[in-house]
Design a protein around this ligand. Sequence first.
Ligand code: SF4
Ligand code: FES
Length: 292
Amino acid sequence: MSTQQQKPETQESPDDSEMNGTESPQQERLEKKERSMVDERSADESDLEGDTVHIKVFRYDPEVADKQEPRFDDFHVPFKKGMTVLDAVMYARDTYDSSLTFRHSCRQAVCGSDAFFVNGKQRLGCKTQISELQQPVRIEPLPHQEVVKDLVVDMDHFYDQMHAVEPYFKDEDTPDASDLEEQRQSRENREKVKMSTRCIWCASCMSSCNIAAGDNEYLGPAAINKAYRFAMDDREGDEIKEHRLRILEQEHGVWRCQTQFSCTEVCPKDIPLTEHIQELKREAVKKNLKFW
Ligand code: SF4
Ligand code: FES
């Protein structure tokens, strides 16, 4: 199915909005985002049939003498119904230049490996319809990340930040091996962390964030969202939650966020990142409140 027709998932169930007759701020943001991801002068798919699509792809290879100077290469790719940005660069690589380098794997917005900067926005190549974009379609590597080659960026720093928040479930008192049993989460608590579990580690949010661009030590929206997923999990207990909040309230943690919403706008999984960061700020304040 074309992603043009896909409705974004939201935190609220359809019944909630039907019942109260209002839109949540997140729903409003998602609708606005859906509109903004389609370029103003995009064409209908039927207009493009039998045509070619003009893509301009960033090229750079530090290991080849005449490719060390960054440049854009133009490719004209035959349009096919349902063609995505990833399809177009794959066609260009397979047909015109086998040295064109980029990451991809699942082709269904699950692995997070093909986040590019397309017409000035962070987008997943496999989730973005070419027909929604103004031509020539400009395809670049994610900004604020070191470029390894062509569209491939170095993800090491992003992964380091993700691991810094200890992104795994911890338990205060793990029972003996003989006593192990399933640790069930309540339906309500699962609902609370549901959106935060959807992260596919694509780094689009980090790349869009001005604060992360200026502060290399800032944990960044994806790592903070990952921390939210565990800090809000009731099963971990108060002590572990405190430990998680201590990591988050450090100098380069949640307080760096200036609520610009750029991460929320580009996240391909529609995670309400800014809201999660704000909620963790509130939790950190509550933890430090003392009553005499
Ligand atoms: S939070 Fe969203 S944008 Fe950021 S890495 Fe995860 S999926 Fe990608
Ligand atoms: S190829 Fe896996 S997310 Fe696009």
